[in-house]
Structures are given as structure tokens and as C-alpha cells.
Design a protein around this ligand. Sequence first.
Ligand code: ZN
Length: 402
Amino acid sequence: MADRAWLQCVACSARFGVSPMFYGCPSCQALGKTAPLEVAYDLHTIDPNMVGEPTSGIWRWSPLLPPVREVSRASLGEGATPLLPIFSGRNGLHVLLKNETANPTWSWKDRPNCISVSMAREFGFRRTAAISTGNHGCAAAAYSAAAGLSCVVFCHAGAPASQLALMASYGARVIRGGNQEALFRQLLQRGDYYPCSVFCPRPGYANPFGIEGFKTIAFEIYEQLNHGIPDRIFIPAGSGDGIYGVWKGFRELRELDWVTKTPRMIACQASGADSAFRAFQRGSHRAQLLDSTSTVALSIAERIIGDHALRAVYQSEGSVLAVPDEEILEAAGILMRQGFALEPASATALACLRQVASEWTAGETWVMIGSGTAVKWGALAAGFEMPRLWDPDVDDLAGLSL
Ligand SMILES: [Zn+2]
């Protein structure tokens, strides 16, 4: 029987069996180039009846995920997150929020780490490693714990104590400082660590499987819209794995002939970390490395976005937007007052959406991805003044406009 899935080079289309290949395409490497591999499928063999019941986590989409034996599959009940209306503009603008804070570690990173860690176990690894500003490290730590694997996370210097404490509580070794990229690479070269970091901007040493987890966001939206497709999707974009993964999901739905169109992918960046925005303004398919980043949206404070994210934007006839921190914080406040505690990176998507709200036309469906919670960042408490501690009786409350 022919393989139902394989690894394929995004540059030269060379194919390889599903195996622990973390250094990109060997054929391209032989020519002195670095190109990532991604999972491709024999889509002709897949029909909608093969998808499992909605209660079984993201593995219900297993025909469209890398081949993993059930015994190797890690799951913490990820996925099946709500798609809810959040925002009505003056022109009737209708926006839906895909609320990824409903995942086990309160961010969309649970989806790629669910797949990555399961593949680690499938391949027989005992140890995982990740580089993180927060959310990714928490997810890698949690899924490694669920799979019985040990985990080391190299953390961004600015990652808050609340995130590090969560990683450590899941049992991960947390390393701050040093040259994270170099340490990560050296650890992988020892051969006994599995990289939880996915695809780009590290095509030289990453795993090609985690992207497949992000795809399930597209599959769920398709299902939640009664087999429909939104017109635009606004996605926070740092390294670009998320936007590319969601795009790959919609692209595969079209290749499967389950849908006839795909959404326009809108990459949403902070002005202080806008490598994709700058590339898009130039009409370029490749971002340039920023000297530094400065934004409240730490989850997307990457100095460069991967080529794959720009490919998603161009192939979907989408665009890249960027907004300053003030607009991000304003959007975070709007979300909070609707009951959604989303982190600044997620609020970036709403801030960008507001920038183009006048382009919405009646009947269109716009979706924004709420990638992670505000609660893990500690910023909520930072400016909060504790209410006075007192012992009121009910008459004291009369003047408080309750
Ligand atoms: Zn290649």
C-alpha cells in the first residue's frame, strides 16, 4: 500500500518517508540551500466520513494528521474551541472570535505541541526541547508531561515569572539567558532531544509535524460555519507558524474538494515587531531580520517572520497589517469588557481588524484568532490597585452604584 503521508520539501518537492528529519531537505542542503520539509498527504484516499466525533480532541482529524499509532498519541483534550460573535461595528460589521484560550494551557500552542510530542513518542524520543517567550514553552512542557517525556525550555529573557512557573510546575527544566538558538541546536545535535519548535524561522532545525496541529483550527472553523469558509481571517503573526498552519488547513480542504474557496489570510503584527509588514509593503516574499523588537505583544515579538507566513498571505490574496501598542491595548480592553481575557498578541488581531473595518461588506464573515490568554502574563495584575480591605454593612454599599 502506498504511504498515505510523507515529508515533502517546500522548495524542490523531493519526498521522504515520515521520520525524525529536523534539518530540512537533504536534497536542497546538498546544493547549499536550506529548505523546510512539510507533511503531505494522499488526499484522494480521504473522505469526510473518516473524521471522528467532535468529542475526541484534535486526533479526530487523524486522517489529515501525521501517522501516529494510538498508543503514542498525547492528548489533554485540546481543540474544539468556541467560535463566538464578539464585535459589531457601526456598519453592521460581523466578527467571530475563535477563542483558543479554551485549550488546556490556554493558548493555540497546545495544538502543535500535541502533534509534536506525539511524534516524539512515536519515534522513541525520551526528551523534548523548545525555545519560547511563554505560551509555546508551557504547551511543550504540559504535553511532554502527559507523554511521560522530560522537557527543557530555553526562555526569552522577557518571559514573565507566571509563564516560567507554569512550565516548571509541569516538570520542565527552564533555562533563562545564554544564546538560546545555539544551545537549542547543540542539544539537538546530541541526537536524543526532539525539537518541539516547528518549521520556521528555524528551517535548519525544527520539526515538520507541529504545523499540522494548527491546521485543525481551519478544520474546526469549517465545521462551525456549517461547512462554510470565512471571507477573512485575522491572525496574530510572529514566527508565522500559526498563520501558515491555518492556511495549510484551508488549502487542504480545497484540495479535498470539501470547499470551493479559501479565506484571505490577514497577518496581524505589532508595529514594534513588523518584519512581515515591511516585507509586504515592499512586495517581497522574504522578510528581513529586524535589529530589535519592542512591543507589549511579547508572543509575537519575533525579529523575523518565516517565508511560509508570507506565502500564506500571497497565496490567499490576503495582506499584512501592523498596529502600535496603544491600539493593541485599546483592543485588549474592548475584548476584556466583552468578557474575553485575551493576551496583547491576540488583541493585535482585533486592532488590525478595526483598522480595515470600513472594508467589510454585508454578508461577509470575518474571523479573528484569539491565540492565548491574558491571565498567564501577569500584566493584568501589574497595574492593578488592590481594593481597600474593609468590613462594610449593606448600608455602606448604598453609595457605590451597585
Ligand atoms: Zn528540497
